[in-house]
Structure formats: structure tokens, C-alpha cells
Design a protein around this ligand. Sequence first.
Ligand code: ADP
Ligand code: MG
Length: 617
Amino acid sequence: MADIIQLLPDHVANQIAAGEVVQRPASVVKELLENAIDAGADVIKLIVKDAGKTLIQVIDNGKGMSVTDARLSFERHATSKIRSADDLFLLNTKGFRGEALASIAAIAHVELKTKQAADDVGTAIVIEGSEVVSQDVVVTPKGTSLSVKNLFFNIPARRNFLKSNTVELRHIIDEFHRVSLAHPNISFSLYHNGSETFNLPVSNYRQRIVNIFGNKTNEKLVPVDEDTEVLKISGFVGKPEFAKKTRGEQYFFVNNRFIKSAYLNHAILSAFEGLLKTGTHPSYFLNLTVDPQTIDINIHPTKTEIKFDDEHTLYAILRSAVKHSLGQFNIAPVLDFERDATLDTPYSLKGSRTETPKIEVDSSFNPFQESKTTPGTHQATSYRKTPTENWEGLYVGLESKSNGSTDFRALTFESEETVSSLFEGKETPEKTNKTYQFHNKYIISAIKSGLLVIDQSRAHQRILYEDFLKDITVKEGVSQQLLFPLELHFSSQELEIVKQLQKDLEHTGFVFSNVTEASIEIKGVPVMVPESEISIILEQLISDVQNEVPDANFSATDLLAKSMAKSLAIKTGQSLQKDEQEHIVNKLFACKEPNVSPTNRLTFITMGVDELDKKFI
Ligand code: ADP
Ligand code: MG
């Protein structure tokens, strides 16, 4: 039989290798930014069109390349960064494989312009699918500009596999954040489709974080500093009360390189133990400096994983350093989860934080009147406006408005006429004393055929969700005016999302007065939204939008309604008065789809008398 093994032609080998290095536009962004940093640049500009699908360009003022190097840089295993395998253990550069440019050039249209400081003119090279199309002498500033156009033009399967622009852009921005957080001493800017999305001047680390994530981040940060023989730690952790429902802002950098480490993440979580509400994740921005000889970065092609010689020691040092900081900044003792943390530090009320709401117009408050809340939620700070976790909080302001369409108490009665099938006939639970709250989680009620068990939180989410959807579609959400407009600060990426949803938000009752590059001013909110919750709702909304993988069914309206319902619904663990329990039962069965929560989970179950009977046999 004839020989069948053949060597792959270079361009095929390059294309295959490219698959490892370049998964999506963000991978190109990472490689190009890293090359610019390795070249010693201190000003780096990233220009992106159509989420990188059409263009990714990085312009730096680094050391540039000679004519020969410019040509060589596209060869596989061409690198100026290591000379022997031993160098791998002394790495001070980002790159070392010499694969990135060769891979990128195999699957895109690439244009390089580069010039070294000492030269009068530079070199321009155009390469398409590994083929050099032209090489010229050009006039160009010192440094390098590399444009990558039409990524995956010759691998349609790959190109089709790319996600929507929203998703791809988010990956690019994530990458941009990681790189720019690791290098506050370098100025970075990012332009997408012609508009400036980020402009980060050289600054200290705290300022860099704030420039990326918005002004409100500043007061959330607790510094961490520890210097030991094996490990130096510097950076910040977020205060526990600002922990987010999603793991967004968690960054480890080892020797200025972003890494992922479940093990070290665990060290942080254990330092936060007892300080976090369940289901929330702390933010952290931590730079670890270790001897390069004690790590191996080489284990992962895209180099976000890393192997440490002595993980256990690092774990212990990291954990105690973070614990120490949290203790030192007096975070631990003031925490009290019976209280609503948002009342302690209304961080979002930046402008109006001058305590205006202290005299807070809780005209209904009467110190001699027994609080309607249960002992569990009773709190020392109750002279302030009722906090969120508190049922009545959701209705603050309602009494004074006589608007029938959103007056929930009125609806309680209305809804009796519209109860849906479950209660048809004589099934309706009788009006009084027929509901019972169980474990502060379920509402139990007798129905003719047996027992009804309602998940209070999911049921309330369903109720609010349908209300919001209605408000948004009929555009008649009722708004309550804030006594003092509230100024909220967001990162530009977050603001982009708010702007996209602005119209819908307005339909629910939000009134925006001044939307700028970095902040929005809010003059009014939907009647049922307590002031202390505004920023939390918007934050939750932004993170929901960010985490939603937009698909065909993606609807901003729906997401907004879901997100607000989730933020505002009563939670598990909250004790409810009888009338509140009944209100939920009534309103739930007046919903169009009472059976499931907005996220499609069962809101109630029933258990027939016969089922019960069987258990007693
Ligand atoms: P690596 O970064 O692993 O060395 P790359 O394929 O990313 O491999 O780059 C190959 C070589 O091209 C680099 O080692 C460097 O010498 C040169 N190079 C790439 N980008 C730049 C840049 N922006 N400025 C100067 N030199 C660069
Ligand atoms: Mg490189």
C-alpha cells in the first residue's frame, strides 16, 4: 500500500494553530494589546468596528520593529522574547510563543505599520491569509499599528460561529478591562464604531479601577497590602455590602498578567466568610507578585491559567491578608444582616448624599404606633424610611396617590372577580384566616380539593412582572417625584445599557432629567420603588442585560420587567401579615400565567385531599 502520511502545507498548519490562539475577536485584542505592552508602549489605542468582526486595530508608541523583524514577526515561532527553554521560567513579557501574529495573519487581512525611534521611515506590510501581499516603506510615527480586518474570512464556519455583536463586544471589553487593570501606568483608549468607549489616562491603581467601573466604585474599595517573602499582594477588595449577585468584578493578576484561579478565589471567599449575603460575590482587584521561577504560565495556550509551586502557602497568605483588611477597615463589626445595608451607605446618592433625606418624608411614621413589621425585621434605624425587605416599603407613597390602576390595596378586591380557574366554583380560599405562612417562605391555604402551597417570592415576582409588563406596554406606569433628583454614576458601558432601556424605563415610571457621559439624573421613579432601591434595581438590571445572551427571544422589555420584578419582589425569609398573604394569593391568581415565575419556575403546588388521605393509611 502506498504511503499516506503527508506534511501539512504551512498555511493549513497555521490555520489549525490559529484555532487555538484565536477563538474570537477578543482573542486578537488580547494578543495585540499584549504585544504593545511588551514593546514598552505607554500609550495604547484600540479601535474596533462591529465588535471586531470588521476591524481590530491596535496603535502603540512602543519600540517598533526593524524591516527584517517586521517581516519575521509573522513567521511561526518567531519571537524576540525568549531564546531558550530556560527563559520560560524567567518570563517578564506577556508573549513568548511567537504564535500570535502568524496565527492571526493566517485567518484575516492584516496590515502592519511600524517604525523604530532611530529610523526616519518605517515599514508597511499587508498579509492576507498568510500570503504577503505587499511590503513598502512608509512614513509613520514611532511605534506600531496593526490592523486586523475580516477575521476568519477564509474559515466561514468559524465566522458563522461568532456570537452577536453585543456578546463579542462584551468579550472585547472584558479583555480590555483585564489588560488595562494590570497596567495603570499605561494610557489606554478604546473606540468602538467611531465613538470613544473608554479613555483611561495613566493613574494610580484605585483611579484606574474607578475610571473603568465608574465613580461609585471608589467608596466600595478596601485596600489590601501585604508583603511577604514569597508573595506580595496589593490591590483592593470590595466591601461586603456591595457584593454583587453576579461574579463580575473579580480580578487576579499574577506578575501583571490576568489569571483565573478557582483555588485562590476560594481563599478570598473564605476571608469573606460570614460577611456576605448568600448568593452574592465579592469584588476584588488583586495584584500578586511572585518570583517568576515559582510559577508556570506555560500550561495553557491562552495563558489565563497558571501553576504555582506552593499554592497552599499562597492561599493562606492571601486569605489572611484579605481578612486583615476587612477587619482593619472595620467592616466586619458593623455588618448586621437584619438591617438593610443600603441604608448604611447610600453610595449611589453621591450628589445628594448631603443627608437630605434624613428628615425623610415618612409622614406616616409614628414612633408610638406599633410597627407592622415583624420582630425579625425590626431595627434600630427604623426612624428612616421603611427599608426594602419590608413589605410596606413596597407601598410607600401609595396611600397618598389615589390612582386606581396601581393601587394594590384596591386591586386586592378587584382581583376577587378575576380569580382564574384554580379557584373557580367554590375553590376560592375563604377570605379570613385561611392562609398561613410557613417557614417565612410558603403561603399555605386550604382549597376545596385540598391544600395549596405558594412560594411567596416567586409568586410576588410573577405579580410584579405582569404589572411591569403592562405598564411598559400601555406606557402608563405611574411615577412618584423624588424630592431631590438623584444622580447616579455609571461606567460608560453600563450607561450604554441604561440608554438602550431608557424609553422602557420611562414607561414604568422612571423620569430621567439629565443623561451625560458618566451619570444620569433621576427625578422620578415608579410609585412602588423606594428611593433606597433605585441604584440597586438599575445595577441588577444592567448585570441582567450583560449576562443575558441575546438570542432570538431577547426582548429588552421583558428583561426589564423580569429584572425589576426580581429586585422588588418580597424575598424568602420575610414574614408576612395575614392581609399581605391574602393579597399575594389573590393577585397571583389574577395573573395571566399564575403557575410559573417570570423565570419559569413553579409558583405553587397543590396537594389533593386524597393524596393526604393516602399518607394516613
Ligand atoms: P510573541 O509575542 O509570543 O513573541 P507574537 O506573534 O505576538 O509572538 O509577536 C512576534 C514578535 O513580533 C514579537 O516577539 C515582537 O518581537 C514582534 N512584535 C509584535 N507586536 C509588536 C509591537 N506592537 N511592537 C513591537 N514589536 C512587536
Ligand atoms: Mg505576542
